[in-house]
Design a protein around this ligand. Structure first.
Ligand SMILES: C[S@@+](CC[C@H](N)C(=O)[O-])C[C@H]1O[C@@H](n2cnc3c(N)ncnc32)[C@H](O)[C@@H]1O
Length: 246
């Protein structure tokens, strides 16, 4: 476990994004948040190295970036400063499952490819009180698309993410947690390639530095995930949900 984690941290710390996503998709979701004007307060949970944080700050928002992994928070601060928006970003180490903010502290809660880490229902429940009345929730989450599922993809995701559902289930979870769904869209394929391309390219160097069997197995898993996406990526996708505190 220890060897695998060391390899995975080194791998992911070398990336600009740790999930499928793109600046264009972040801005598309932002556009769907009617009335959320520049200057509004947004919290980005599970910010990772901060791709969404920086895009939102560049769009003029005051962004609080939260991640439990300290090196990512350092990266977010460095990237925000380099982008000239350091004064609009507050990056802190914290647990998004038990966020330490006042009720109504934010006009929007944002989370790209991260809510699954604590479980979507738990995340939705923990975040609602942080929103001002009619505040916005934006999250992206891995979902099954409509249509047939191959045995390979079903078995892979059953093992890796057994709680993976479809869009109907995701939207129902939002509604059950007290959010009104206003819109949604699928992340396009180029936003997956933007993640998997650099990830795949970074694996060989990390593999060479972490020869332990456990680390190699963890890196093999990443290769399997990318190969699965290449063959069966039409069966699943990342769904953005745009909702409002009800
Ligand atoms: C798949 S990454 C996505 C990161 C980022 N949103 C992006 O698009 O690059 C998930 C992130 O959630 C963070 N995370 C997982 N559990 C967390 C928790 N309980 N509190 C805060 N961050 C957490 C991880 O450290 C990781 O950075």
């Amino acid at each position: 476990m220890e060897f695998a984690l060391a390899a995975l941290f080194e791998l992911f710390e070398s990336l600009d994004q740790c999930a499928p996503g793109s600046r264009a998709a972040t801005l598309q979701a932002l556009q769907a948040c009617e009335g959320l004007a520049p200057g509004a307060r947004i919290v980005d949970f599970g910010c990772g190295p901060g791709p969404a944080t920086v895009a939102l700050a560049q769009a003029g928002y005051a962004v609080t970036a939260v991640d439990r992994h300290g090196p990512f928070i350092e990266t977010v601060r460095r990237r925000a400063a380099a982008a000239g928006v350091g004064d609009r970003v507050t990056a802190i180490v914290g647990d998004m499952r038990a966020p330490d903010f006042a009720d109504g502290a934010f006009d929007a809660v944002w989370s790209e490819g991260a809510a699954y880490s604590v479980g979507v229902p738990a995340a939705l429940a923990a975040w609602r009180r942080l929103l001002a009345p009619a505040g916005w929730l934006v999250l992206s989450e891995l979902c099954w698309r409509e249509g047939a599922r191959s045995a390979e993809a079903a078995a892979f995701w059953q093992r890796e993410y057994p709680d993976m559902g479809d869009v109907t289930q995701l939207e129902a979870r939002c509604a059950a947690a007290g959010y009104a769904v206003r819109g949604g869209f699928w992340l396009p394929a180029d936003a997956w390639a933007a993640y998997y391309g650099p990830l795949e390219a970074a694996v060989p160097a990390v593999r060479a530095r972490h020869p332990q069997a456990e680390a190699q197995a963890a890196l093999d898993d990443i290769g399997r995930e990318i190969a699965l996406w290449r063959r069966f990526g039409g069966e699943f996708g990342y769904r953005f949900v745009v909702a409002q505190r009800g």
